[in-house]
Design a binder for this molecule. Structure first.
Ligand code: FAD
Length: 558
């Protein structure tokens, strides 16, 4: 049988877009400008180094492998002894090692330089574009210090190891290790939002420790060395520090029941655990567990914003890169007006998310150094941004995926399927949508400090008519919400969105190119509805779309 040449000609590969790799993930004007503005400019060289590493083929392969080879739980050894170990693929350890050695975990708490938390935030944003799942234990370790400091004795023992730049996996006595990781266990079967209903108990022991008995329905990263746990002490819900290995070298009675079979966030092991008289030490005042652990929750909420802003940027860059190379109907996709509009709309979303994320990191940095006004701004702007930006992420990643047409849906063509699977989790963590939005209302109702700090920040824009009009509307709605109290709950999502978008518009007006700031204000500040008309890409005429789209380009590593 002869095979005709004609038939083989149809196998020629045409119009396929080269994989997006070996590019500098940190080459993002909004990120670099924000880093400098918020006091972390001294970290730019390291940020670029990490950006180049995040974009390499080798790192992308580690990310893929860490997600293809799921963590595996081994509850018992061959002889039947409980071991409660989780095995990870070596690529997971690679990603963790880079994150810890670059100080993405608790390092800024040991760094006196102003802007240390901002530098860490920017690095976290860049490296989470290598792979997002391992950000969970990194983030919890960062946040644990904020709660641990409520108990100075424990902080003195463990903080130097939590801030150490050494990734030292394996279950051993914490004090014998070169570096530690920390997790958090609050959520129980009956509910995670209402932690006051927790049933896990903590019984005082004679030596000042407590014995914890109960369960946690979600406990991510169970291979961490230490956990901050909520349990009912005689005085009420209290925060505890619970080690996996006790000072005498024996395993603490924390038994991993199973690993969760999850939609996304696959590389990260999330588990169900039971405690059977597990030894723990109290952190903060007895009966004030929520107040103690809220310090940790606030820091992890910041990371939810940073991680989501990073995912929005990454999805947009992948989509723009594809649309520049791929052709249809005789032109590059990006030059077809309807596609230019989609990419431009995503670019606006990305610019606003990154700019606000870094402003919040700056506020967190200054609040940690005692700045009360920045703490007040954070009190309202952080839950609002956590609600809004995390909610935008699945929408953006889905739209970006479609820019690649059918290829976007294919696992080995781009990382967009993984980004889409990973996108919703930041909104669920640390207060799911409604709960986080309700926290905005709490901030408004308790005192006027938070709303005043927010409005002062927005009012720093002078002469921008649309922003000024939006600020006036927000001022009166904040006043109404404060007066209405719980009656304002029904409308709280809209308020959280309005706060975020108005603040984003104000920050862009002060800091971004006019084409971006103007287009954002025109498309997002309409009274009554906040955010663009969705789906993305429904932009009005008269905007400088090519200039907006130019902000999302992948530049080769160098
Ligand atoms: C992958 C993954 C990893 C996780 N890792 C951890 C971990 O390491 N440690 C940990 O402690 N937890 C962890 N969690 C749990 C997570 O924090 C909780 O799922 C979350 O806090 C919500 O709690 P819940 O699932 O019990 O939902 P519920 O509390 O039952 O809430 C269900 C829904 O009702 C809404 N809701 C609740 N109360 C109100 C109200 N008053 N008004 C209006 N709406 C309301 C919520 O917003 C939510 O949408 C993890 C979750 C996931 C998915």
């Amino acid at each position: 049988m002869t095979i005709s040449r004609q038939r083989h000609a149809t196998h020629e590969v045409l119009n396929q877009v080269s994989p997006l790799s070996d590019y500098d993930v940190a080459d993002d004007a909004a990120l670099i400008d924000g880093l400098r503005r918020q006091g972390g400019g001294w970290a730019e060289a390291e940020l670029r180094e990490l950006g180049n590493l995040a974009g390499t083929v080798a790192t992308q392969d580690h990310a893929r492998l860490a997600n293809v080879h799921k963590p595996v739980l081994r509850t018992h050894d061959a002889r039947g002894y409980r071991i409660d170990e989780v095995d990870f693929h070596p690529s997971w350890h690679y990603l963790m090692g880079i994150a810890v050695s670059h100080g993405l975990h608790a390092a800024p708490w040991a760094d006196d330089r102003p802007g240390a938390h901002v530098a860490r935030a920017a690095k976290f944003m860049v490296w989470s574009q290598a792979e997002a799942g391992h950000g969970c234990p990194i983030s919890m370790t960062y946040a644990s210090v904020a709660a641990l400091r409520q108990e100075p004795g424990l902080a003195a023992s463990y903080e130097p190891l939590l801030t150490s730049p050494v990734y030292d996996p394996g279950l051993r006595v914490p004090q014998s290790k070169a570096g530690l990781l920390a997790g958090m266990a609050m959520t129980e079967k009956q509910g995670g939002s209402d932690v006051r209903a927790n049933t896990t108990t903590a019984t005082p022991a004679r030596d000042g420790s407590y014995l914890v008995t109960g369960h946690k329905w979600f406990c991510s990263a169970p291979m961490c060395d230490l956990f901050l746990v909520l349990a009912q002490a005689p005085e009420g819900l209290t925060c505890f520090l619970l080690p996996r290995v006790l000072p005498d070298g024996s395993r603490n009675a924390m038994h991993i029941q199973r690993l969760k079979d999850k939609l996304g966030n696959i590389s990260n092991a999330s588990s169900e655990v039971e405690y059977d008289h597990a030894v723990a030490w109290r952190v903060g005042e007895p009966g004030r567990g929520v107040r103690t652990i809220i310090n940790m929750v606030s820091a992890t909420r910041l990371d939810c914003v940073l991680g989501s802003a990073a995912a929005i940027r990454q999805a947009t860059v992948v989509a723009a890169n594809y649309a520049r190379e791929r052709r249809s109907f005789g032109a590059a996709l990006i030059d077809h007006p309807a596609m230019t509009g989609v990419i431009a709309d995503l670019a606006l979303e990305s610019e606003a998310a990154t700019t606000l994320a870094l402003r919040l990191a700056g506020a967190a940095d200054r609040a940690a150094r005692g700045d009360a006004a920045e703490a007040a701004l954070l009190r309202i702007a952080l839950p609002a941004a956590k609600y809004w930006i995390c909610k935008r992420t699945p929408l953006v990643t889905a739209e970006a995926l479609e820019c690649l047409g059918g290829n976007g849906y294919i696992e080995d063509y781009s990382l967009l399927p993984r980004l889409l699977r990973d996108a919703p989790v930041n909104s669920i963590w640390e207060g799911s949508g409604n709960v986080t939005a309700l926290d905005v209302l709490r901030a408004v109702s308790r005192s006027s400090d938070a709303a005043d700090a927010l409005l002062a920040e927005i009012d720093m824009v002078a002469g921008e008519q649309q922003v000024a009009a939006a600020a006036a509307r927000l001022r009166s709605e904040l006043k109404e919400a404060a007066a209405a109290g719980p009656a304002a709950e029904r409308d709280v999502r809209r308020l959280a969105g309005q706060i975020t978008v108005t603040l984003q518009a104000a920050l862009l007006a002060r800091n971004a190119p006019g084409s971006i700031a103007g287009a954002f204000a025109i498309t997002r500040l309409e009274p009554g509805g906040y955010g663009p008309a969705t789906p993305f890409g429904s932009l009005p005429a008269g905007l400088d779309l090519p200039q907006i789209v130019a902000r999302v380009a992948a530049t080769p590593a160098g």
